[in-house]
Design a protein. Structure first.
Length: 509
């Protein structure tokens, strides 16, 4: 920063000197005679050598110096908004501290966006569509800013993985981290500003009885879904290899734990509503709603996985046949044409052979088998002409399954999951966005989603006691799921940003 300021000042001095020195060195013109020709002043000016055109370069230089100084000042102001050293120069903020702040804000903002989407869905069910539009807009804006911040974080992580010299690009890294912080802060501030108006739309304090009835109806529906999910998991164990249903093992039990928490807080909400204490009724009702949403997501994940396994099993024979056809075509090329692809041919053949053996042997994991067939097809791509193909519907099945499974796990365990897993999940979601997806990106998204799930599970194992020392039925699962805040704010999370998300905590006793 000091170097940039010095450059700006030096540029201004040089430009000013360029403008002034020619005028100082010029001789003063003699006074013209009374009867001099009217063209004399024009001639004198020409001899003086300081025409208007001579002043243009110095003025341009002064303007450039001013622009540089303005840019430097603007950048200094931007850094000042994201500094972490109170009262100090943001340039003195240690880079590791800025990195920690960026990671913390990504997790915090992601939680706020998730909860805002959850509450907005509930509000939409019980309010006029146009009434919630402003809050939908703010949420979409926050989601876009968060997605951009995750993308920037992914770029930094990829550079770290590539082994970039940490001594190089420190200013660039700081700029990126500051941009992450700024985007997260903007998203959080928008949700904070919208929270009071959103409370008026939801009106939980005034409409606690009606909201309670809706929650109790949903409770009965989710309880029935849990019984169905248990039967579905048992059926998956019989039909497929154990690894196929591993992503949802224990989900039915976790859903029961969330319902246990829901039961307790619906009862408390009903008691406070009967006493006319709308604020406390709303706090307990919001906690129950959060637990119900996660119980539904857990049971829905079981149903979704069952559908995906059936879809993969149905599409696997055709996928094997298509990949085998590509392999045969590549194998039939002239020796000189396939000379550079011997390794890829061997890799594809090994994958296809292993899949055929497993499917013939008995129960298997069709999603994993389809994933390996997709990998074989990708390794053959381009050998018989054309570019890497677009991801077919069959190829997308395992990738989208991995993405949905990771998203559900992170969402229902967000109280323990850190920024690394969330960043990978966001990148996988970006790669599998709407529109056609190249096969290479399908495979990359699949890999990122599975790694996000692995890292999230690691975070949960390392989390320790999730109850935070608080009692109550299902409280541990509620803290683990991020339904209850565990950072001293207490209470349930609500629509809003970091400043307002725990606003009902004061009434949560």
């Amino acid at each position: 920063m000091a170097v940039r300021v010095a450059h700006a000042v030096l540029g201004g001095l040089v430009a000013t000197g360029w403008l002034v020195l020619p005028l100082a060195g010029a001789e003063a013109p003699a006074a013209p005679a009374r009867d001099a020709d009217v063209t004399a002043p024009r001639a004198a000016t020409a001899q003086d050598g300081t025409t208007t055109g001579d002043l243009v370069p110095p003025l341009v230089a002064v303007g450039a110096a001013g622009a540089l100084a303005a840019y430097t000042y603007g950048r200094r102001r931007r850094r000042a908004t994201t500094r972490t050293t109170p009262g100090g120069d943001p340039g003195l903020t240690p880079l590791p501290e800025l990195d920690r702040q960026a990671r913390r804000l990504l997790v915090e903002t992601d939680d706020c966006v998730r909860v805002a989407a959850e509450e907005l869905a509930l509000a939409t069910d019980r309010a006029a569509g146009d009434a919630v539009e402003p809050y939908v807009y703010e949420l979409r804006h926050a989601e876009a800013g968060l997605a951009a911040a995750f993308r920037l974080r992914q770029r930094l992580d990829e550079a770290d993985t590539a082994g970039t010299d940490p001594a190089e690009g420190q200013d660039d890294r700081k700029d990126v981290l500051e941009e992450i912080v700024a985007r997260c802060q903007d998203a959080g501030q928008r949700l904070d500003a919208a929270a009071p108006g959103f409370d008026q739309i939801r009106a939980l304090e005034r409409n606690a009885v009606a909201a309670l009835e809706a929650a109790e109806t949903r409770f009965r529906d989710v309880a029935a879904r849990i019984r169905t999910a248990e039967k579905t998991i048992a059926d998956l164990h019989e039909r497929y290899a154990p690894a196929a249903s591993l992503p949802v093992v224990g989900d039915a039990e976790q859903a029961k734990d969330r319902l246990l928490f829901t039961t307790s807080h619906l009862n408390q909400a009903r008691q406070y509503a009967d006493r006319g204490d709308g604020a406390k009724a709303a706090a307990h009702l919001r906690a129950a709603e959060g637990a119900l949403a996660q119980a539904f997501d857990l049971t829905d994940g079981v149903d979704r996985l069952a559908r995906e396994l059936d879809s993969a099993a149905a599409g696997l024979p055709a996928a094997i046949a298509a990949a085998q056809s590509d392999w045969n075509a590549a194998r039939g090329l002239p020796p000189d044409a396939r000379a550079g692809f011997v390794g890829r041919l061997g890799h594809a053949e090994a994958l296809l052979s292993a899949v055929r053996h497993e499917t013939a042997a008995g129960p298997h994991d069709p999603l994993d088998a389809l994933r390996r067939v997709t990998e074989a097809a990708a390794s053959l791509a381009g050998m018989v002409g054309g570019e890497v193909p677009e991801g077919s519907g069959r190829a997308l099945v395992p990738a989208r399954s991995a993405l949905a499974g990771a998203a559900c796990f992170i969402g229902t365990h967000r109280g323990a999951v850190g920024g690394e897993a969330r960043t990978l999940l966001a990148e996988a979601r970006r790669l599998l966005g709407p529109g056609s997806v190249p096969l290479s990106e399908v495979l990359r998204a699949d890999e990122l989603a599975r790694e996000a799930r692995r890292l999230a599970e690691r975070d949960v194992r390392a989390y320790g006691n999730p109850s935070g020392g608080r009692g109550g039925a299902g409280a541990g699962g509620a803290v683990l799921g991020g339904i209850l805040l565990s950072d001293g704010e207490g209470g349930p999370m609500s629509y809003g940003g970091p400043r307002t998300r725990g606003r009902r905590g004061a009434f949560f006793t």
